[in-house]
Design a binder for this molecule. Sequence first.
Ligand code: BTN
Length: 246
Amino acid sequence: MKPLLDFAIRRFEVLESTNTTACELAKDGAPEGTVVLAGRQTGGRGRFGRSFFSPEGTGLYFSIILRPTAQPLYLTTAAAVAVAQAAEAVTGKPMGIKWVNDVYCNGQKVCGILTEGGFANGKLDYAVLGIGINVAPPAEGFPAELAGKAGALWDTPVAAEAVESLLNEILCRFAKSYTALEKKPFLEAYRRLSLLDGKTVELLAPDGRILEQATVEGIGDEFELLVRGSDGNPRALSSGEVSIKL
Ligand code: BTN
């Protein structure tokens, strides 16, 4: 039987953003499973309009073109689990997920994920799943605004083979989840990897204002963050962002 996801990797030395190129290719009809990978990005994009620092030689930056039929939120959570488990397998270090989709190692963010979609006739035509991983610390260190917050999988530069095997591990694990996306086979793994259980977090408005403090009680069946607010009432957060010191 033909696998549901056939990966074809298109490699570029430099791109503004692998997500932007992948969106253009998807609009032009590129097949599901096309992977756009760049050695560095000049305008790497993050969530909430932020930029993603993407220097040469120390990161893995790629975007996968998908044409999903299930709830697109599952793509991001499936990818976060695939990255965390692949990184654990390749480095031997424990990883964790900060809701919704940041992967952490030793209290520092090592991977960000940005999912974008394109619509045609009112329906999702394609999704682009962009993954950026700090493989090793950049030669000049992280920019001041990331210092202390961003980390890398390894402390020193690693051989290209290790990065290649990380990529393969991620793609294989993600493909497995993707073929059964609506059944969420990665939900329990996501819960185990979640770093926020029992922690007090600050709920932030999109402009960064602190709305309130809440205590995290778990992850819901739709990957909502289950919290108890400062008023003592339980709430399920399905979007937004939480800030927490790890
Ligand atoms: C975030 O942490 O806010 C998400 C960062 C996502 C970065 C990746 S790198 C590959 C792909 N191309 C982009 O421009 N962004 C994503």
